[in-house]
Design a protein around this ligand. Sequence first.
Ligand code: IMP
Ligand code: MG
Length: 184
Amino acid sequence: MRSELELKILLTRQEIEATVKRLAAEIRQDYVGKYPLLIGILKGSFMFLADLIRQLDFPLEVEFIRLSSYGPGKESSGKIKMVWGLRAPIKGRHVLVIEDIVDTGLTTAFLLDYLQKKKPASLRLCSLTDKPSRRKVPVAIDYLGFTVPGKFLVGYGLDLDEKFRNLPDICYLENKETDSRGRG
Ligand code: IMP
Ligand code: MG
């Protein structure tokens, strides 16, 4: 017997699209006329951010920060590094952080603390997905797409060792037992 990884869909592209629209409507209500600064956390949030801002029909700005907490594989190292920092001042701005997933919460808690020290006019968090069962530090999510189980997810920007970001659906990986003759 050998074990192969099989991709299973958790959230379809249609479900994601509907949820992005719902989040955009919520964000619009709170931010229209405020010229917000949306900060996407690279790399995982790039696809979500790109779809989200196309649903926001009012003036805003976009910035990116790249953080790294993961070594190879599925577990966070817990040590967060800023690989690419802010290129614009945020003092006095209405800042909305755009995340792909809040897992242990360590990355987001670190980032929100870092940004708060720069004295934005307001600071909120929008995350496409939330894995509350894995939380190690509390994180308040102001705009949430989906609550998901504690499985490792890939697709729609999320990766496993840099692979699978290009999948249009959000999937999880499951072990599939096959015998050595390759059946199954
Ligand atoms: P946290 O610090 O444990 O909350 O993890 C935050 C970051 O880890 C996320 O922004 C993702 O980039 C990555 N991450 C957490 N869970 C997953 C997952 O299931 N799939 C892919 N990346 C993940
Ligand atoms: Mg991320």
